[in-house]
Design a protein around this ligand. Sequence first.
Ligand code: NSS
Length: 434
Amino acid sequence: MTVVPYSRISELPSHSGQAVRVRGWVTHVRSSGKVAFIVMRDGTGLLQAVLVKNAVSPEAWDRFGKLTQETSIEVEGEVRPDARAPGGFELGVKDLSIYGESPIDYPIQPKEHGIDFLLDNRHFWLRTPRQRAIGRVRHEVEQAIRDFFYERDFTLVDTPILTSAIGERSGLFGTEYFDLGTAYLAQTGQLYGEAAAAAFGKIYCFGPTFRAEKSKTRRHLTEFWMVEPEVAFNDSDDNMRLQEEFVSYIVARVLERRQPELKELERDVSRLEKIKAPFPRIDYSDAVKILQAKGSSVKWGDDLGAEDESLLVEGQDIPVFIYNYPKQAKAFYMKENPADQRTVLCDDLLAPEGYGEIIGGSQREDNHDKLLARIKEEGLPVDAYNWYLDLRKYGTFVHSGFGLGLERTVGWICGIHHIREAIAFPRTMNRLRP
Ligand code: NSS
């Protein structure tokens, strides 16, 4: 007996005229009494499977009658071209089996659902075309990130998630750690990345980071993914060049390989096609003047809020760097600007279309005493930073790096409103399930 091979729906065009078996989930069914249609999906595409009553066993015909949305099934039959079918091919069914039935109260129905309902049912919401498209764009962005750094000979270094208190200013999640007190979930891998840069020259880390920020905005998650390169002997200028090359590469890759997904998302791709390096650079002090002229109440010394960011990118088609912020607005590790000691050598990269900051980067303070003074000024526990200070004691070096937020980048590329849809199972202040 010949065994009919399994095929994924996306592979069917190469099996035209052949018998195959396909496994997946029913999206909908219809029947005219003698001919029945199953539309099913397997994650790679949609398939129309056609049963003719006289051509299948009575048992198979009965099983068709039991199908509901999300029933998991296997169909066997012949692949044939059909211009009207999704994907241009349909399956002439010889046999149908049911793996798992699905009661008719399946929560996600083809109608409008509220966002809380959808998030409560995230495990099912993921099965819908739009969410799948976002997931595939994210997957492509992650692959592009890895390829970009691999092609440029960066070494991937996985930095710890359980840390002693170090990182950014925003809130920390703590957990009991044996006899050593409290361990904190990493807010950044950067400080470890700096240590690794002295070992490998060019590195990046890429993983989940955690911030107990009490912000309920469309740009904040409590768990998000960040990619952080760190390069020995790069200064702040080199750092910005790397960022614009990196962002252009990621967008180009999605345009090249994910057109069907962008179409599903109804993304205006002409906006993305404009994303090419170099990006404009605005000095922070100039940015403040621009903002004040536009009526903002921002004062020199303030960090820029979401509204200010929107005002700054107004009318811009491509991302914009704002660089050299005041020292007091930024993290302790940023290098003092030799040309203006009130500021630090850093940059934020703001995405167009109001998506806001997707990257924060800086040259790092490489002078031991200045760094120590900043740690003390911020009231940070010097003990916890001894190893980090050592990097400035034994062979200090000019170095720079940045962190790109994955969900914000995916949100922008997909053109979605809230970044919680850019991760499979989002974590926010009021959501820990599913
Ligand atoms: O705080 S950052 O601006 N910078 C750092 O963490 C540095 N240690 C990076 C580095 O130089 N290696 O965060 C970087 C990016 C920021 O631009 C956002 O895109 C993203 O990380 N980010 C977030 N995304 C989602 N949710 C939250 N809460 C969030 N916070 C930062």
